[in-house]
Design a protein around this ligand. Sequence first.
Ligand SMILES: Cc1cc2nc3c(=O)[nH]c(=O)nc-3n(C[C@H](O)[C@H](O)[C@H](O)COP(=O)(O)OP(=O)(O)OC[C@H]3O[C@@H](n4cnc5c(N)ncnc54)[C@H](O)[C@@H]3O)c2cc1C
Length: 275
Amino acid sequence: MPPLISHRRLLEPRSLADALKMLRDEGPLLPMAGCTDLYVSLNFGTLKETRFLNLWRLAALRTIEVRGDVLAIGALATHTDLVRSPLVRTRVPMLAAAAREIGGVQIQNRGTIGGNVANASPAGDTLPVLAAADAVVVLKRAGVTRRVPFTAFYTGYRETVRRPDELIVALEVPAIRGRQGFRKVGTRAAQAISKVVMATAVGDRPRIALGSVGPTVLRAMRTEAALAAGASIEEAQQTLIAEIAPIDDIRSTAEYRRRVAANLLALFWNGAASR
Ligand SMILES: Cc1cc2nc3c(=O)[nH]c(=O)nc-3n(C[C@H](O)[C@H](O)[C@H](O)COP(=O)(O)OP(=O)(O)OC[C@H]3O[C@@H](n4cnc5c(N)ncnc54)[C@H](O)[C@@H]3O)c2cc1C
């Protein structure tokens, strides 16, 4: 039986400093951003937490700006913000492409990049992009900021290195040279959870990341190394098939996912899937 709504408590910080203080002094609190993931579990009665920290009004976490040599994307930037941002569209077009395919317009207007990353679903569509981009997750707790490489952020199925008293405040994306690509394969074009999702950056070295083919987002290092060493695309496809660990589930079969992943790799490598 889910807790009654009257037994839930919502804290409303006015600033990031306030929010971090509340997490330190009044925790445990579950951060709440656009609430598009949280509301689903609330509705299903699987959300056991009763104390929440509403981040939605913290406008300082919604900025998208160039800081030094990285693009700093505030955790509260919505998918619509990503699609509309000229900085994202020019520097990380694969991220704009991913955001454009998340849910429908309503979800894009509320869902945030920080929520997508923190939610840690292996099917999260921005995750392969951030992995292929060599992004960095910026985490803050009262008095402490730390930066974690995106590829080290996930430790297992829906597990991350984020401490309960930390917030994701930004994703930092370094400049990416060369062609970028994003492709999501789902049951239909909109409102579909990915069966396979792939992002690639093919510049001075190939960078390939996939979602929905294992317990966490996967950077396909062995496949990248094979391509960098001059393997044929057919050889690289075999490497990729061996490197991923998809499962049969309600959305697809492991075999289908392997074949689609290999096909997408060839599309990207031949330049046909870049957007
Ligand atoms: C109908 C529907 C369609 C969807 N389609 C897609 C899709 O196509 N692709 C896709 O990837 N996702 C999809 N989603 C999932 C969801 O919309 C995204 O994951 C979204 O980005 C979540 O962001 P949010 O701000 O709503 O997160 P919330 O629901 O507010 O939070 C999600 C989790 O992240 C934590 N959190 C949020 N922000 C922070 C922060 N700054 N620091 C630390 N922890 C934080 C929360 O505590 C919670 O555990 C869909 C959801 C629905 C309901």
